[in-house]
Design a protein around this ligand. Sequence first.
Ligand code: PLP
Length: 372
Amino acid sequence: MDRDRILLTPGPLTTTLRTKLAMLKDWGSWDADFIAVTASVRRSLLAIIHGQDSHVVVPLQGSGTFSVEAAIATLVPHDGHVLVLDNGAYCKRAARITSLMGRRCSTMSFDEASPVDPQALAQRLQEDASITHVVLIHCETGAGVLNPLQAVADVCARFDRGLIVDAMSSFAALEIDARKTRFDALIAASGKCLEGVPGMGFVFIRRAVLEGCAGRSQSLAMDLHDQYVYMEKTGQWRFTPPTHVVVALHEAIVQFEAEGGQSARLARYTRNYQTLVTGMAALGFKPFLDPAVQAPIIVTFHAPQHPAYEFKRFYDTAKHYGFLLYPGKLTQVETFRVGCIGAIGPVEMRQAVDAVAQTLRDMGISQPALGV
Ligand SMILES: *Cc1c(COP(=O)(O)O)cnc(C)c1O
């Protein structure tokens, strides 16, 4: 079968034909046409968070993690002290990056099934004046928990500490308003809720802290200040840009705006999420998270407690029916994940549930008989 499978993953994800077709052209990186595309993408990105007055946006080549690394290296002074609010796998990655960048790093651990606690953060900042920056993962894609961005930003503002937000899997779907929420840096990427293809990240940096970032990164490539200065001066990227990724993102943003922007995207993903959990519940599947803390981005389900269940076979069979699932990322319980994001709607979600039902029949699992 020569048809694209539907990606129920947190990126790369299913894109529209229009977005894919935008990549069928070559662009000169220094050419005025491509410079205009870059400028347009940057304008649109800033508008999504209403950040025109307060922030700049700096695109960077590479996957999302490259931009997290660049943000930490560019924002945090060498003698800074970063506190990572840790409730999952992406938090642990951010902490590892911070240590590898040679910055002092502490973590505050929370249960991976619940959001981080702003009150506990306030207490910690009160007690430890050496902490200069806090790192928050907005939607912890590991389990799918939505963390309280506004409350954490308010605490950081109150104690006058910097806040670096990894909003990779939430940006453009969940509301983020730079006029209401104070952050020093916020990181996202092309291949997530904007429904572009993977290959570039971008970091919103608060204008007030931008100047202090000059010469701070110990890396040539991972220096957002240098990238910003060069881009402002020439309109070009410092090094070879991922041209096809940028034009695809431009095309994806046109469709994002036509759909109705962030609120319309959130509404569609919420319908996807509801269709998914309702359909999966009828098959006997139970989500790992309490719905009250779940973002409508990616859902972790308990794996069937059945002797015939094995993730590899489950995955392969669902793939045969046209849907790519995602392995779980939790250490304690056996799970799998299903993404709700991408250029898909409730119809595809319904079909995905049917594919899972057929997969269970093929595997000889009559009822998932789920453990908790
Ligand atoms: C996808 C994602 C990233 C970046 O992962 P890459 O594989 O580098 O693109 C970082 N943080 C979160 C929360 C994510 O969902």
